[in-house]
Design a protein around this ligand. Structure first.
Ligand SMILES: Cc1cc2nc3c(=O)[nH]c(=O)nc-3n(C[C@H](O)[C@H](O)[C@H](O)COP(=O)(O)OP(=O)(O)OC[C@H]3O[C@@H](n4cnc5c(N)ncnc54)[C@H](O)[C@@H]3O)c2cc1C
Length: 398
């Protein structure tokens, strides 16, 4: 069974004609090329690279990139539209795109030199290659400053040693590059000096461990990584030495909006499926949608959908219109927190409305239910978002 359409078009954010064209094209692509296959990819924990190439041909990996590098410059609004529409059909393919653009392309676009951009972006933007982003470690997740991976400058080369955990898109046959956060020294105040280093994945010592066996996003490629004396040229420093933490956190703001869009797509799917099911599933002489106990839960889905969508596209609009970083940062955390927690609630409601069919793996609800949970964890947990929002309000929260 694949995601059913019931012809609903929900309120959409203000979109320009190009954005609307993009939404229609991606929805059509997702229904045609992803929906029929995703249950099997999920079961096999595998995403065929052909789908990445197809998304590349549609221009989806270049939505935030300028024309100079093969992109269409449709901004974070454009990326959010594409991720939402893919996410409405499947979350694994959605996060593959969101991370590929937000973290793979995004870090290089934001901080790369012209030469670094010319080297890496054309293939990443075309979907011929994927880029990964290595921040999390076995001993350092939310507290990224506690990372142990080091990069030492020796004879004009960075020598990277350490390990990363849970890295999306890091081990596919087309992954070309990983931006690795590492300690490059100690700052004047005694805190770790963190920098970002561009590591081509064919560098000797870049070790991709076997896939994580995940409950969520099973068809997305996620691996632990090890770096054993990985040597790259000094020129592979991304941005400014010692600014790695700030740089990567800034990129995460963009990534969080993409995750909010993914959550919005999940809620949209739950709404469409439950409205259809409640209209036809009979109990006690009529469809379950006649019972207030069911209909009111579905009404709540519509509220969550509209609010999540509004928050997501407000954050995207702030980024695209060059709003002050503080304002954008807070809006991205608010959108990520609200939309992802709503997606978890939405999948719980949908599973309840579907009864026994909601927990069967031959239908889509169970997959969305498993997938929704990780939305509250990846790219900063709900607790981290609350911490950032509270700090943005001037509270002295630790
Ligand atoms: C499928 C998947 C894909 C991922 N992809 C990537 C990737 O591509 N690149 C990458 O770098 N990382 C990636 N991550 C890592 C992800 O960002 C981390 O899992 C996340 O930041 C949380 O870190 P942690 O898992 O170490 O949990 P921890 O930091 O150990 O947190 C455990 C719990 O403690 C809570 N907590 C921690 N500190 C506080 C605090 N100060 N106040 C209140 N509560 C707190 C957390 O909210 C959480 O509930 C991915 C993770 C998953 C599951």
């Amino acid at each position: 069974m694949v995601v059913n359409l019931c012809g609903m078009r929900n309120m959409h954010p203000p979109e320009n004609p190009e954005h609307t064209k993009l939404r229609d094209a991606v929805r059509d692509f997702a229904d045609r090329e992803i929906a029929p296959h995703i249950a099997s990819w999920d079961r096999q924990s595998r995403l065929p690279v052909d789908v990445v190439h197809q998304m590349g041909e549609l221009g989806l990996f270049g939505l935030t990139a300028p024309e100079e590098f093969g992109g269409s410059d449709l901004g974070l609004t454009g990326l959010s539209i594409a991720v939402e529409e893919i996410g409405r059909v499947d979350q694994s393919v959605g996060i593959t795109l969101a991370a590929g653009v937000g973290l793979g392309v995004g870090t290089l676009l934001a901080y790369g030199t012209q030469e670094q951009k010319e080297t890496w972006l054309p293939d990443l933007v075309a979907g011929r290659a994927l880029g990964a982003f290595g921040l999390t470690e076995p001993g350092a997740g939310s507290d990224a400053n506690a990372m142990a991976t080091t990069a030492e400058l020796v004879d004009g080369q960075w020598v990277v040693n350490g390990a990363k955990q849970f890295i999306t898109n890091s081990g596919t046959p087309i992954t070309s590059v990983c931006t690795v956060a590492a300690r490059t020294g100690t700052a004047a105040d005694g805190s770790p000096e963190l920098s970002a280093i561009i590591v081509p994945t064919d560098t000797p010592g870049y070790v991709v461990e076997p896939l994580h066996d995940k409950m969520s996003w099973r068809a997305c490629d996620t691996h632990p990584l090890r770096f054993e004396d990985v040597r790259v040229p000094e020129a592979n420093l991304l941005g400014v030495r010692g600014n790695g933490f700030k740089q990567l956190m800034t990129c995460l703001n963009t990534g969080r909006v993409a995750v909010a869009a993914l959550a919005t797509g999940c809620i949209q799917a739950m709404l469409e499926l439950t409205v259809e099911h409640a209209g036809v599933r009979p109990t006690f002489g009529g469809p379950i949608g006649r019972k207030q106990g069911v209909a009111f839960q579905i009404a709540d889905l519509e509220v969550m959908l509209q609010a999540s969508r509004a928050l997501t596209y407000r954050a995207a609009m702030l980024k695209d219109t060059g709003a002050p970083l503080d304002e954008f940062r807070r809006a991205s955390s608010v959108a990520k927190l609200y939309a992802t927690e709503s997606a978890v609630t939405a999948t719980r409601i949908a599973a309840q409305v579907f009864g026994g069919y909601g927990v069967m793996e031959d239908g889509p609800i169970a997959r969305f239910y498993r997938d929704a949970k990780v939305l509250e964890i990846g790219e900063g947990t709900s607790e981290l978002q609350r911490m950032l929002i509270a700090r943005g309000l001037g509270l002295p929260v630790e």
